[in-house]
Design a protein around this ligand. Structure first.
Ligand code: 9L3
Ligand code: MG
Length: 151
């Protein structure tokens, strides 16, 4: 749980939902289980609905990014998960938002689309192109693919 490059000495984020440099951090998980990656289909907002993503969401004020990741997976999927390595990269979303992605493994529970999603799929490496990923998630999915069997 080392502080990120924008953390202060205590490892906590600055107050406010932005990171002190005007950027809001969105965290997402490449949840890997039994050689497959979890894809989640967004149900909202309208311009993203129907597209597939790595589940996650915005880091809250004062929250560490990896804690936010665990919280989002609990809220959105009803599972307990453990972050692994952060995938190299920081991907721009809408203006003022940036996406960081970690691998994660399931500790307990079976993912269900509880919040913000209306479908989930476990994809093997050869199946990754079978869903319509959000453009902004595609580089992270390609990076995650390197962690799946057959890479
Ligand atoms: N977003 C993009 N890719 C992702 C996630 C989790 C989020 N893998 C974008 C969608 C929203 C914004 O980040 O514009 C905030 O995400 P959320 O809190 O609506 O999940
Ligand atoms: Mg979300």
């Amino acid at each position: 749980n080392a502080p990120g490059p924008y953390g202060n000495a205590s490892g906590q984020r600055d107050a406010g939902s932005e990171r002190g440099n005007g950027t809001v951090l969105v965290v997402a998980a490449a949840l890997l289980d039994r050689g497959r990656l979890l894809a989640a289909r967004r149900s909202a907002p309208a311009d993203l609905a129907g597209r597939w993503e790595l589940p996650g969401g915005k880091v809250e004020p004062g929250e560490r990014p990896e804690d936010a990741l665990v919280r989002e997976l609990r809220e959105e999927l009803g599972v307990e998960a453990e972050p692994g390595e952060r995938l190299p990269g920081a991907w721009p979303l809408k203006p003022g938002y940036v996406l960081w992605v970690w691998t994660a493994r399931l500790l307990s529970g079976e993912p269900r689309p509880l919040e913000d999603h209306d479908a989930l799929r476990w994809l093997a490496r050869a199946e990754l192109d079978s869903v319509d990923w959000l453009d902004q998630d595609r580089p992270a999915v390609a990076e995650a693919a390197l962690r799946l069997p057959g890479a």
